[in-house]
Design a protein around this ligand. Structure first.
Ligand SMILES: CSCCC(=O)/C(O)=C/O
Ligand SMILES: [Fe+2]
Ligand code: NI
Length: 189
């Protein structure tokens, strides 16, 4: 189940609000300029599926997003709990950073947790299969896949060079909850 928890950025122990209704999550995130939509993850792909297979399965959704929003490039992150480089992949996104381009991610299997730090609040967004999130450029955030990653996410980029992170040097991410592994992760490993 998708979930949004909103915190004061000084109070990691007490969410101000917790929502699981998709429309309510979308409305709350819209207030801070973040896109959150439900798309149909209609093609069954399992974590571990190859980039080529995922792109072929979701070609029409990818083409639609690229045409609507002018994205120039696409790639796929597809991870299972037993991936040998899972700790390094996790670490790559785990500290607060921003990008000079929008971050658009469509979860077609499993789950991952984006946490956004905007105007003194922390928005923890647990994205599940079917969720599309669009984080505007310059938004400080971090991403956790848990110690047992189980997800497939399609990533769209404005810039053909792709993802570049500017780290803020803050340790805020260490104070807020990390992602709990997806329930299917234990069955997959
Ligand atoms: C859900 S895709 C992996 C995370 C990512 O691309 C990113 O930029 C996290 O901040
Ligand atoms: Fe990011
Ligand atoms: Ni849901």
């Amino acid at each position: 189940m998708s979930r949004l928890r909103i915190y004061d950025d000084q109070r990691h122990d007490a969410p101000l609000l917790s929502l699981t209704d998709h429309a309510a999550i979308a409305a709350e995130l819209h207030k801070v300029g973040v896109r959150f939509e439900q798309w149909e993850a209609s093609q069954p792909v399992a974590p571990g599926a190859s980039q080529e297979d995922v792109i072929a399965a979701y070609r029409s959704d990818i083409d639609r997003l690229m045409a609507e929003n002018g994205y120039q490039a696409v790639d796929v992150i597809s991870l299972t709990p037993d991936h040998p480089d899972r700790a390094a992949f996790r670490q790559k996104f785990l500290n607060e950073h921003s990008h000079s381009e929008d971050e658009v991610r469509f979860f077609v299997a499993g789950a991952g947790q984006f946490t956004l730090h905007i105007d003194g609040k922390v928005y923890e967004v647990l994205c599940e299969q079917g969720d599309l999130i669009g984080v505007p450029d310059g938004t400080t955030h971090w991403f956790d896949m848990s110690e047992s990653p189980y997800f497939v996410a399609i990533r769209l980029f404005t810039n053909v060079e792709g993802w570049v992170a500017q780290f803020t040097g803050s340790d805020i991410a260490e104070r807020f909850p990390r992602m709990v592994p997806h329930p299917s992760a234990s069955k997959a490993s």
